[in-house]
Design a binder for this molecule. Structure first.
Ligand code: NAP
Ligand code: ZN
Length: 356
């Protein structure tokens, strides 16, 4: 499938713009997908601007993909033409290491192949969902159980699974008091999912303008994190904290809120040139606290999350944008001005390519 329209950036300091890519012809186990919607993750921005290092250009971001199957290879069993499907952050993994065989391809010991910006065995690198089509091995394609509102389903493929997986791993549920730090794309899903799992949810936000939304989305309490006294009111009371913040900040202030054996899990991944300011040993020693991290989720758990969201009528709160507005969307994301995920309507790229 030559000349697939896409949006790419050619270097860390350049905006994204139109760029034609090639997709492989579907092999025996491949699913060819026409992309309908693609969410805009803060990781797209970190990668496009080389904030984690190692970005390969041209870079076509996008790993929150929902689309329609247009063709399947001979060996494909799970999908057929016309199905509505999703693709998240991974498109391949080794398939035989301990992590892969236990269904945690996201921790593949040989490194999974990311949907974008991952090296390919034959040279070149993967291109993501800011494009009109993608071809993916069926092992990494998800069933979309939702019947409507597909644009708002797309961000579940990263923001949804990245919050669902740690909430499940640390047994969030009824009787647990859970803190969510940051109300962006990930944070708003953290609030919705922790609420749906039956926990008492405390949202910590830097944005006073998000208090009402926080409560509407499922938070039982909202704390303005710049108000140290209000934060301190929750000292030694939380079982689990999920930190989704995309910038460096003081972790000690949150660790102090954990009760005995409580854990704080980082999913936010600030630029590697920056670091969270000094971690005080006593923040952990006191109350035998844990500080952990979590990376997206495996394919099986991603399907479980999609099914959970469909059963609980959960989708993301989104603002749909045209492909050509992606650079403005990145600037707004940096100002925490997104409620709560931008999603690209890929028809706008098809129209743009057709007109051009
Ligand atoms: P986002 O939509 O931009 O949300 C980040 C939120 O963090 C903002 O809305 C804001 O919430 C808060 N924030 C921003 N700057 C802050 C600062 N200086 N101090 C305190 N709070 C601040 O980003 P996202 O897409 O949710 O992604 C969040 C982070 O997770 C990114 O670093 C991303 O790369 C990473 N990520 C990790 C994984 C993983 O597998 N671990 C997967 C996807 C994304 P308030 O306005 O409420 O304060
Ligand atoms: Zn993401």
């Amino acid at each position: 499938m030559p000349h697939t329209p896409a949006y790419a950036t050619q270097s860390a300091d350049k905006p994204l713009g139109p760029h034609a890519i090639e997709r492989r012809a579907p092999g025996a186990h491949d699913v060819a997908i026409e992309i309908l919607f693609c969410g805009v993750c803060h990781s797209d921005l970190h990668t496009a601007r080389n904030e984690w290092g190692g970005t390969q250009y041209p870079c076509v971001p996008g790993h929150e993909i929902v689309g329609t199957v247009t063709a399947v290879g001979k060996g494909v069993k799970k999908f057929k033409t016309g199905d509505t499907v999703g693709v998240g952050c991974m498109v391949d993994s080794c398939g035989h290491c301990a992590s892969c065989t236990s269904g945690e391809e996201n921790y593949c010991e040989n490194g999974f192949t990311g949907t974008y910006d991952s090296a390919l065995p034959g040279g070149g690198h993967t291109f993501g969902g800011y494009s009109t089509r993608i071809v993916v091995d069926e092992r990494f394609v998800l069933r979309i159980p939702h019947k409507r509102n597909l644009a708002a389903v797309a961000p579940l493929l990263c923001a949804g699974i990245t919050t669902y997986s740690p909430l499940r791993h640390w047994h969030v549920g009824p009787g647990k008091k859970v803190g969510i730090v940051g109300l962006g794309g990930l944070g708003h899903m953290g609030v919705k999912l922790a609420h749906a799992m039956g926990a008492h949810v405390v949202l910590f936000t830097t944005s006073p303008g998000k208090i009402a939304d926080g409560k509407r989305l499922g938070a039982d309490e909202v704390v303005i994190s710049k108000d140290a006294a209000d934060v301190a009111r929750h000292a030694r009371s939380l079982d689990f904290i999920l930190d989704t913040v995309a910038a460096p900040h003081d972790l000690n202030a949150y660790l102090k809120l954990l009760r005995l054996d409580g854990t704080m899990c980082l999913v936010g991944a600030p630029p590697t040139s920056t670091a969270h300011p000094g971690l005080a040993a006593f923040s952990l020693i006191t109350n035998r606290r844990g500080l952990a991290g979590s990376l997206i989720g495996g394919v099986r758990e991603t399907q479980e999350m999609l099914d959970f969201c469909a059963a609980h009528d959960i989708v993301c709160d989104i603002e749909t944008i045209a492909m050509r507005d992606i650079n403005t969307a990145y600037e707004r994301m940096l100002k925490s001005d997104v409620k709560y995920r931008f999603v690209i309507d890929m028809q706008t790229l098809k129209d743009e390519a057709h007109a051009g």
